[in-house]
Design a protein around this ligand. Structure first.
Ligand code: HEM
Length: 340
């Protein structure tokens, strides 16, 4: 009996691993369809001229390495002003992460309004860059530092996050923390506060920019898939990667696309980092309150994005490929996320 159970268990494990390998293989195929395009120093310097961090980022951007950080964590964090903390680059960030997290989890254990805005803010600060506009923009803190958050209608709904980021920056800039890094870090901390949200490694070292970034580079919800695909390709993001990134809408609620339906979620589990969003955008039997952006519907139907959209729609089989492709885009400071 015991032996039979063990054999069954071993069989299940083998089956599980084979399934996982298959899902990873499918994610790898999608990764291979990424642009893998490098800009700045990463594109021009040889590997032996790069710092270990530069090599690690390059490897992630070209499909190598693992962007998720599952092992490293602090057992004891030195006091914030102690010499031990000053001597350890990550220590201040652990203090900041604890501070952020305490404000990002709602009473039901899901990520709250502030967290979701922080995820979106990370995208809007970084997304204001493109190959055609050249230098300027990117993940440079300008969303908060130059008031883009309040001055540009495309950023409506991000006011609370921007105000909170300014408070955190005032508190932590004495430790050498840039606004640009703080925004991207807040997006990563926010992600992990959503149930199922992956713990993605954060790289720091971005420079702040006191001038506004180019306008018109953030997508709007009435753009067609064709427009979105070319907008993102110009940021070195492939169609598959665009589909993976937009999956952040799984946590989302809208307030300004249709103010009469303010607060409506984009899938039936807002605040949870699952793949339900993909299936519900496609489905004709979506729960009544779920709000569909025309841009998401268009991406779910376009011949260049439909296949990947469908792949991510599987409740079990979608999560792993989605996380793997998405994390490879968000883990490292892709040129799009990191301009400096
Ligand atoms: C096709 C491209 C995209 C379009 C057109 C788009 C548009 C929008 C719009 C209009 C909202 C609702 C704002 C409101 O009414 O409050 C929203 C919410 C959101 N977006 Fe996007 N977005 C896109 C891609 C992305 C990407 C790439 C990310 C993250 C990596 C992202 C993350 C979010 C999040 C987390 C929210 C929810 C914010 C909240 O609940 O307060 N979006 N997006």
């Amino acid at each position: 009996m015991k032996t039979a159970a063990l054999v069954l268990f071993a069989g299940r494990l083998a089956y599980g691993f084979a399934g996982l390998r298959d899902l990873k293989a499918r994610a790898a195929v999608l990764e291979g369809r990424g642009t893998n395009e490098l800009i700045g120093d990463l594109a021009t310097l040889r590997d032996d001229q790069l710092t270990p961090t530069g090599r690690s980022i390059k490897s992630l951007l070209t499909g190598g390495g693992i962007p998720e950080e599952l092992i490293d964590h602090y057992i004891f964090t030195p006091a914030i002003d102690s010499p031990q903390c000053k001597a350890d680059t990550c220590c201040i960030w652990k203090h900041i992460a604890d501070d952020m997290k305490s404000m990002m989890v709602g009473s039901a254990g899901r990520c709250n309004d502030l967290a979701r805005q922080c995820v979106r803010l990370g995208f809007h600060d970084a997304g204001s860059w493109s190959k055609s506009t050249g230098r300027g923009g990117g993940a440079d803190g300008s969303m908060v530092l130059t008031n883009e958050c309040f001055d540009r209608p495309i950023n409506r709904g991000l006011e609370t996050a921007c105000t909170q980021l300014a408070v955190w920056h005032d508190k932590y800039k004495q430790y050498g923390v840039s606004m640009a890094d703080l925004i991207q870090f807040a997006a990563n901390v926010a992600t992990v506060t959503c149930p199922l949200g992956p713990r993605v490694r954060t790289y720091v070292g971005r420079k702040d920019n006191p001038t506004p970034s180019p306008d018109g580079l953030i997508p709007d919800p009435f753009q067609s898939a064709d427009q979105l695909i070319s907008l993102f390709l110009d940021k070195t993001i492939s169609p598959d990667e665009l589909v993976a990134l937009v999956g952040a809408h799984t946590t989302a609620q809208q307030r300004f696309v249709d103010p009469a339906r303010a607060g409506d979620p984009l899938d039936s589990t807002p605040g949870v980092w699952d793949v339900r969003f993909y299936g519900q955008v496609r489905s004709s039997f979506t729960p009544r309150r779920v709000f569909k952006f025309p841009s998401d519907v268009s991406l779910s139907r376009h011949p260049d994005t439909r296949g990947t959209w469908n792949l991510f729609s599987g409740l079990i089989t979608g999560q792993i490929p989605w996380n793997l492709v998405r994390n490879n885009r968000l883990g490292p400071p892709r040129p799009f996320w990191f301009k400096g």
